[in-house]
Design a protein around this ligand. Structure first.
Ligand SMILES: [Zn+2]
Length: 679
């Protein structure tokens, strides 16, 4: 590794662009679009969630994975393949863009892959490929940005669940293959089974009773075999297969039970193999980033051979685990692997010879073995900015709960880099506690979350997120004094933090001091225009202040960010009516009426609005829908008579008479004064 190359790496990571572009200068132009030649293979990409490299394949112990093994015999298997992030969405974002997270900006689950970055499926779709994806977890749902370029993006778990089994996903993918496809196909199938909870189906539950994690991998491997066989039989043309893990699982290594918090081999080293045209079977020891799945599939499709793993070339492989930094303010963590050497930077540098010491038990950072290139790549890897780190404000409660049900809970606070912040590897005793507290908090079980959060703060007093959540829990439980005290603590941890301001404002908005919330919320909304909870709290305050036009404007912004219910649309219609915003009121009531499920009971309002807008035929229809049982039916009769006159209906005299007969105290006066009726 030369110094020039190392410099190139840092420059490009900083620029947030494709690292691989570095080695060869400008990117080669993509092949021209058009109908692909018949020789182009159909390509199957299978991503195995939460699968350790040592849990699958011919070298795995305590498990048999015949489908993966059969593929390895005729394919190229990488023994040193590394995920870019030990978490599902960012890791897949790298495979779909070819970029490290510093490039594509997705460091955690629950974020969104920006449309600025071209994805694999778009490239193949443009080149004439059919594209289909079948994913098994809400963590990869369409809303997170990976569906671009797929003709089919099947992310529907059975009702009420956030994931589906490999068998369920395979069945759907196989059904797609049976549809007699004509064009070459890119098929992406994602399996989620080895993720917690470990509950394999039979016969694997019995066979792996003592190692249920391996039982899940074995069950998934069986489905992999079924899928590959169906693909090779039914997909058009020759076929290529890529199988890759998105990250591993700690299983207690280095004190980590699951994944996402540390950068050791258990979670970063993953299975990776290729089989297909032009792939020489064998085993590669070259350290490889799974982001190169992107380049390899472009190569299989004949679009661009640069950086393809069909011919592996050495590089400094990078990785990061920013979740503890983003969520708890601990040290940011990055890693680099070159040859047999791996270094981790998290506050201080660690170094390992992963060939001689795969368990990473002997820290060699003090020795001179680590190359300059590795050290430099680590030091120059960009830490996400506070703005990039900001939690996904527009995620919504339902999505948060679903992610929480998968064990992922995104925090609210943007961190600051602290020199004295703890190293995640030194905080493993808190991992389980943090997860349980987060889970309870997101489920709004504040009474149970509060004591756990107290415990976390006692052990990690600078944990801003824990402080804000504890303050919020006290606030929601009505513990005013404790809430105030904890908010003061949070403000002391992060003076001037917009997150402290936002949570404090929501605290005020909850109680008697709600007028104090307004100026704070105005500031929060100006700083982060997509922060849903703040927008919602401010909209409710505007209603209480009797400012319907302002409230309606805020609700419009809110419903651009999330889908409103029918009741919410009716409420917006009413607000717009009292603010005399006829167009918005009509639009809201129309949407409420079209919403599925709800029984719409506001035809009178809608009729009046149409009349006001001189949309007479629509006014007539809406008023005709008002039932006689409606408490304001006399008004409906009166308005209907007005419409009748304006439409020159032949029965207008009868309509006026009916309005007179049905009149109540309010409408009687209106009818007497109505000039339309005085002819
Ligand atoms: Zn995953």
């Amino acid at each position: 590794m030369t110094g020039r190359r190392a410099h190139c790496v840092q420059a490009l990571v900083l620029a947030g662009v494709l690292l691989s572009g570095c080695r060869r200068g400008a990117e080669a132009p993509a092949a021209t679009a058009g109908p692909p030649s018949p020789a182009r293979p159909s390509i199957l990409l299978v991503t195995l969630d939460t699968t350790r490299a040592d849990a699958i394949g011919p070298e795995a112990r305590g498990i048999e994975t015949p489908a993966f093994d059969a593929l390895s015999r005729r394919g190229l298997r990488f023994r040193q393949a590394y995920a870019t992030v030990p978490e599902t969405l960012p890791s897949h974002s790298s495979m779909m863009t070819g970029l490290y997270p510093a490039g594509h900006g997705v460091h955690e689950n629950g974020r969104f892959l920006s449309a600025r970055f071209p994805v694999l499926a778009e490239r193949l779709q443009r080149a004439g490929y059919g594209t289909a994806a079948f994913v098994s977890s809400f963590a990869l749902a369409r809303r997170f940005g990976l569906a671009r370029g797929f003709d089919v993006y099947d992310d529907e778990p059975p009702a009420g669940r956030a994931e589906r089994t490999a068998r369920e996903t395979t069945d759907r993918a196989v059904a797609h293959l049976r549809a007699r496809l004509r064009r070459p196909l890119l098929l992406w199938v994602h399996y989620y089974d080895p993720h917690t909870p470990y509950a394999p189906p039979e016969p694997f539950a019995t066979r792996y009773a003592k190692t249920p994690y391996l039982g899940e991998v074995a069950a998934m491997d069986e489905q992999l075999g079924i899928l590959v066989a169906a693909f090779e039989q039914d997909a058009p043309g020759p076929t290529a297969v890529v199988v890759v893990g998105d990250h591993g699982e700690g299983l207690g290594d280095h004190g980590e039970a699951r994944h996402g918090d540390l950068l050791y081999q258990a979670t970063m080293r993953v299975p990776l193999l290729l089989a297909g045209p032009g792939v020489a079977p064998g085993v590669s020891e070259t350290p490889t980033s799974t982001r190169r799945v992107f380049h390899t599939i472009l190569d299989f499709a004949g679009l661009d051979a640069t950086d393809s793993l069909r011919k592996p070339s050495a590089e400094v492989v990078l990785g990061e685990a920013m979740k503890p930094f983003l969520e708890y303010g601990w040290q940011p963590q990055v890693m680099a692997v070159e040859g047999r050497h791996k270094a981790i930077l998290a506050g201080r540098m660690e170094g390992y010879d992963v060939a001689a010491d795969p368990g990473e038990t002997r820290d060699l950072a003090g020795s001179t073995d680590l190359s300059r290139a590795v050290r430099d790549a680590l030091r120059n890897y960009p830490v996400p900015s506070a703005e990039a780190a900001r939690a996904p404000d527009a995620l919504g409660d339902e999505a948060r709960r679903k992610l929480a049900s998968l064990g992922y809970v995104s925090a609210g606070a943007a961190p600051a880099v602290r020199k004295d912040a703890p190293r995640p590897a030194d905080m493993t005793r808190l991992f389980d506690l943090l997860e349980r507290a987060s889970d309870l908090f997101v489920r709004e079980e504040y009474g149970r979350a509060a004591p756990l959060l107290e415990q976390i703060l006692a052990e990690d007093p600078q944990n801003l997120d824990a402080a804000l959540r504890l303050a919020t829990a006290h606030s929601a439980l009505g513990h005013q004094a404790q809430a105030a005290r904890t908010f003061e603590k949070a403000a002391a941890i992060a003076p001037g933090s917009p997150d402290v301001r936002a949570y404090l404002a929501l605290h005020y908005a909850r109680g008697k001091e709600w007028p104090r919330a307004a100026p704070l919320l105005e500031q929060v909304v100006a700083e982060s225009p997509e922060r849903l909870p703040a927008l919602e709290a401010l909209a409710r305050i505007r209603e209480r202040q009797g400012r319907p036009a302002d409230a309606a404007g805020l609700y419009r912004r809110i419903y651009d960010l999330r889908t409103p219910s029918a009741d919410e649309l009716v409420r917006l219609g009413e607000l717009a009516m009292s603010a005399q915003q006829t167009a918005l009121a009509i639009e809201s009531f129309e949407k409420a009426r079209a919403a599925p499920g709800g029984a719409f009971t506001h035809d009178l309002e809608l009729g009046v609005l149409y009349l006001d807008a001189r949309r007479l035929a629509e006014a007539r229809d809406a008023l005709d829908r008002v039932p006689a049982s409606h408490p304001a039916y006399p008004m409906a009769l009166f308005k209907r008579a007005q419409v009748s006159v304006l439409l020159h209906e032949p029965d207008q005299a009868e309509r006026i008479a009916a309005a007179r007969r049905g009149a109540d105290a309010t409408t009687r006066l209106l009818i007497e004064r109505e000039r339309l009726f005085q002819r």
